[in-house]
Write a protein that binds this ligand. Structure first.
Ligand SMILES: Cc1cc2nc3c(=O)[nH]c(=O)nc-3n(C[C@H](O)[C@H](O)[C@H](O)COP(=O)(O)O)c2cc1C
Length: 145
């Protein structure tokens, strides 16, 4: 019998919300996105990030070990804080396979999508359950075309 000593075949997805550090500028947002895209391409991670000036909501998916390693980095990253995991689950297939990190932030075009998932005025991912978080990100991505 061959023993399997890698979990690379076990795919998982993690969705979390966090608060942007108030010092984080528009340039920093672009750097975060670029860093995510470059690192993820090297680490077999794919996903979706949505943010406004106050909050992040992100889904990352990939090999379980890589996702857990990224979780440590994310928690230590001072560009955001109060990271709260919304959902983790095992996947048979990736849902964001086309993107090292897809992204969306509020624009006039997607305002209705954010509104649909808001119980208060404005986007606050801490108020979303897992289904709503996934729904929001899928609709934002679909809207981008
Ligand atoms: C909101 C947010 C999302 C991030 N997303 C990712 C990501 O998807 N992948 C990643 O490697 N790093 C991501 N980062 C950066 C990590 O926290 C960390 O800085 C980085 O992985 C460190 O790796 P490096 O120094 O080797 O580039 C994110 C940071 C923030 C604040």
């Amino acid at each position: 019998m061959t023993s399997v000593n890698t979990d690379a075949h076990i795919l998982m997805s993690m969705t979390y919300a966090s608060r942007a550090n108030p010092d984080v500028s528009a340039t920093d947002f672009n750097e975060i996105l670029q860093q995510a895209q470059i690192n993820n391409a090297a680490n077999s991670i794919t996903g979706m990030l949505t943010f406004n000036k106050d909050y992040f909501l992100q889904t990352v998916e990939g090999p379980r070990a890589q996702i857990n390693r990224l979780l440590y980095s994310l928690i230590a990253d001072e560009r955001h804080y109060d990271l709260q995991v919304i959902e983790t689950r095992e996947l048979k297939h990736r849902e964001w396979s086309k993107w090292s990190m897809n992204y969306a932030s509020p624009t006039e075009e997607n305002a209705a999508v954010y509104l649909k998932y808001s119980t208060t005025n404005g986007f606050n991912p801490y108020l979303l359950n897992a289904d709503s978080a996934n729904g929001l990100m899928n609709e934002l991505s679909a809207q981008k075309g």
